[in-house]
Ligand binder design. Structure first.
Ligand SMILES: [Zn+2]
Length: 299
């Protein structure tokens, strides 16, 4: 009897371990949201919009994402969804994306930079992300719209896009395990999401429109390596969440933009340039936030 009990004591953990290994092998879904300002080589709005270097930067963006996809595959990913998240969201060259991933391209889409995320994913990664508006030495720092948004606070925390989007992933219990971008974006990822978040720092900004870049080869090697490690360590990372109710504070650049926002029920002015509203549901609040930013574009 005693021997049998000992045997069970040893066999049970082995069976549990094998069962968990089998389930990992069966399914590992990875979500990747890709912005452009934090892509290797990008230092100017000419490269992220209609300037002469835009076509080249689209290729750099595609190559950075492909490095992240390879890292995800190295870690055993069985399904990868890539969401193009910059500008008109038609930047990544569909024909050059790793064929193991599917691409969400184009806009508008209700979830914007986080279109396609849901509770079926095991991990999320942010590639080519940038620091929040008002950051020193950060390539093209802004928050959602450089023409409209001075700052966004959620529950009192001033948020970069990475935080706003990580809360959407967190809503579905998906941890953001890795981010690539410049030094400032990487620092903000660790500050907001926690020290364990893996980063791939592909450049260090000198002011807002210059940077010291890694070589493309080194950057992509780093992105691939960090993506692999991050997905392997995904269980050590918690999904990012804040407590409901959510208080959103949006500061515009001009008081006239605030005037427009006051036509929306539930939105009140808290300073000449800033409005505030509360939401019990984070996704509903995010949708209102996006609508208020759009209203600010008209004024
Ligand atoms: Zn962008």
């Amino acid at each position: 009897m005693k021997t049998q009990a000992y045997r069970n004591l040893f066999i049970l953990p082995i069976v549990l371990f094998l069962a968990s290994s089998v389930s990992i092998a069966q399914k590992l879904k990875v979500y990747i949201s890709v912005d452009m300002e934090g892509i290797t080589g990008v230092v100017s709005a000419d490269q992220t919009g209609a300037g002469p270097d835009y076509g080249m930067a689209r290729k750099w963006m595609t190559d950075d994402v492909n490095a992240a996809i390879l890292g995800a595959l190295d870690a055993g990913a069985t399904e990868i969804v890539v969401n193009d998240s910059h500008g008109d969201m038609r930047n990544i060259f569909p024909g050059e994306l790793n064929t193991n991933a599917v691409l969400i391209s184009g806009s508008p889409k209700p979830f914007g930079m986080m279109q396609g995320i849901d509770a079926s994913f095991d991990a999320a990664m942010f590639i080519g992300y940038h620091a929040k508006a008002g950051t020193v030495d950060a390539v093209l720092d802004h928050t959602i719209s450089s023409a409209v948004v001075y700052s966004i606070k959620i529950n009192g925390i001033e948020m970069p896009e990475l935080g706003i989007n990580a809360l959407i992933a967190g809503y579905y219990n998906v941890p953001v395990v890795m981010l690539s971008g410049d030094k400032a974006a990487c620092e903000q990822a660790k500050e907001v999401l926690g020290e364990k978040t893996m980063v791939a720092q592909v450049k260090e900004a000198i002011g807002r429109t210059a940077a010291k870049n890694l070589s493309f080869e080194s950057a992509r090697k780093l992105i691939r390596q960090q993506a692999k490690l991050a997905i392997e360590r995904r269980k050590e990372l918690k999904a990012y969440k804040l407590n409901a109710p959510y208080r959103f504070e949006l500061a515009y650049f001009r008081s006239s933009q605030t005037d427009n926002a006051l036509s929306v029920p539930g939105v009140k002015r808290i300073s000449p340039r800033a409005v505030q509203f509360d939401s019990d549901d984070y996704i509903t609040g995010c949708k209102l936030l996006r609508a208020l930013i759009s209203l600010g574009r008209d004024n």
